[in-house]
Design a protein around this ligand. Structure first.
Ligand code: CA
Length: 523
């Protein structure tokens, strides 16, 4: 055990309280595929929407500007949050269904529960196995759906009526209201939104009144200046985004009343679209506009949820001794490089929003550019609760950083590794190292291995690999050495078994280490 009482003392000193003060409650609000570009506190140039409630956390707390995930897809990120380990340690490499989360592992909710916390998990879980370490859990079945979603409450199936974000919020508040008030609590409220297919609450359909959204500068990226991986992917708005995504086809789960509201909004607009017969760039532009309308509308429901939870904490006098965290399982492309989805080591995908309010510890309205990660969440929650951090956790506590005093030896380089291939989006497996300025990326496992190097200072949109250029030779050599060092330190696999790419359970592995074709998957 690397027992670190320092953070708790920092907390105690900053909070002007004694170490015998009640351990803080933790409310962890977690969304799915929420791009930082779609949070007003992050100040995206496109000004896509206002998120006044998520912004409350930023205004009263700390906004992390470089929170990176080790593997930018749903299940693997969730496994990392719970365990504080990389996927080659926790065993959840991909979303293909050929792996299940091993709930017998050490997780921070289990340790908090043991330490006397009352623990609850509500919403999207998506790890195959049932949650462990929770006094109460109510999760979406599988990936979850937006309207009238079936859920599992402590293992029993329940049918709900309404919109998924509202249902998750209601169940979270219901649990808070009936909790044992003599104990500190951990609530994990985990949203489906704004995951594909970006289906809004019906009350939000009309919110933007046919507004035209600004396009990202790389909407029509031609992928020149990079290797084959960026060209070979299957995740463009142009080619991959389908009629369900663009709402030309309605979801099957709407009840007749809901369907009427859906049709009233989409049908006249879809008729106009069909009549226009758009092609080429005009068609991409139309799809981008529809995508932004729907995606941002789902974010509104998450922002409202955050507001309701913050209001409850304030009303109940809990705000002062509750850590509130807002984060997503990864970032998302909102048209950058012509893409939707995630997976890549590139900024929009690897960076997840991360905002923390801890009264007495976080200084209101502050920001951090330290290289932090969802790998660090487990250790942070444990230290905040005055608990030791198990040595096998690969992340580090952020408690000192939250107090405005990041450790002098904080990481300067972050290791990333992605596996899932070829379905669903044909993004080649890659690993790499990220620093404040550079990214060195190694594509492996498919075709010939090759390297890319990006200089974010001269190329913030990551459009031009400078690997092999003489002026970057020293930098590339340093990063190559750092990558090798990190791979050793983190025990990254020398060879990746083909099954880690996502061959379905019982399916045959590909030949010569090449990944087998996966079954049709959800992300
Ligand atoms: Ca996700």
């Amino acid at each position: 055990m690397k027992l670190t009482p320092i953070g708790f003392l920092v907390f105690a000193a900053l909070a002007h309280t004694s170490v015998t003060a009640a351990p803080p409650n933790i409310v962890f609000i977690f969304s799915d595929d929420h791009a930082y570009q779609a949070i007003s506190a992050y100040g995206d140039a496109r000004k896509l929407l206002d998120t006044p409630n998520i912004d409350r956390i930023a205004k009263q707390g700390l906004r992390f500007d470089r929170c990176l995930v080790p593997n930018s897809i749903c299940g693997p990120s969730r496994a990392t949050v719970l365990t504080g380990t990389y996927n080659h340690i926790n065993g959840f490499y991909n979303n293909s269904g050929n792996v299940r989360f091993d709930g017998a592992q050490t997780t921070f909710p289990k340790l908090l529960q043991k330490a006397g916390y009352q623990t609850a998990m509500v919403g999207k879980w998506h790890l195959g196995s049932d949650p462990t370490g929770f006094d109460f859990w109510q999760i979406l079945v599988g990936q979850g759906i937006y309207y009238n979603p079936p859920m599992l409450r402590q293992g029993a199936r329940v049918q709900t009526e309404g919109y998924v974000s509202d249902i998750i919020t209601d169940a979270s508040l219901d649990w808070l209201k009936q909790r044992d008030r003599s104990k500190p609590f951990l609530l994990m409220a985990q949203h489906k939104a704004p995951h594909r297919e970006w289906e809004p609450a019906l009350r939000h359909l009309d919110a933007d009144r046919d507004r035209v959204y600004a396009e990202p500068p790389t909407l029509f990226d031609d992928y020149a200046g990079r290797g084959p991986a960026e060209r070979d992917q299957d995740m463009t708005i142009e080619k991959t985004m389908n009629n369900r995504d663009t709402k030309l086809v309605a979801p099957a789960q709407l009840n007749p009343e809901q369907r009427k509201l859906w049709d009233a909004y989409y049908e006249p607009r879809n008729a106009k679209f069909r009549a226009a017969n758009l092609t080429g760039k005009d068609l991409v532009r139309w799809k981008y506009q529809r995508y932004m309308h729907d995606y941002l509308a789902t974010v509104r429901s998450v922002d409202e949820s955050v507001g309701r939870i913050l209001d409850y904490l304030e009303k109940e006098g809990l705000a002062e001794n509750t850590i509130v965290v807002y984060a997503s399982d990864q970032g998302f492309f909102l048209g950058e490089h012509g893409w939707f989805d995630k997976r890549w080591i590139f900024e929009e995908s690897i960076r997840t929003p991360f905002l923390v309010r801890w009264p007495g510890v976080t200084k209101p309205g502050t920001t951090s550019r330290d290289l932090v990660s969802n790998l660090d969440f487990a250790a942070t929650f444990l230290e905040a609760a005055g608990q030791p951090v198990p040595a096998e956790m690969q992340g580090r506590s952020l408690v000192a950083t939250l107090g405005g005093r990041p450790p002098a030896d904080w990481r300067k380089a972050f290791y990333y590794q992605y596996y899932e291939y070829p379905t669903p989006h044909r993004v080649r497996p890659h690993y790499g190292v990220v620093t404040d300025r550079y990214k060195l990326v190694r594509f492996y496992g498919v075709g010939d291995d090759y390297t890319e190097l990006f200089d974010l200072q001269t190329d913030p949109h990551e459009l031009r690999s400078v690997s092999g250029r003489p002026e970057y030779a020293a930098t590339e050599a340093e990063l190559t050495a750092e990558l090798a060092r990190l791979r050793r330190e983190l025990k990254a696999p020398e060879q990746v078994p083909a099954s880690w790419f996502g061959a379905p359970r019982g399916g045959s592995d590909g030949e010569n280490g090449a990944p087998a074709a996966g079954r049709k998957q959800q992300k």
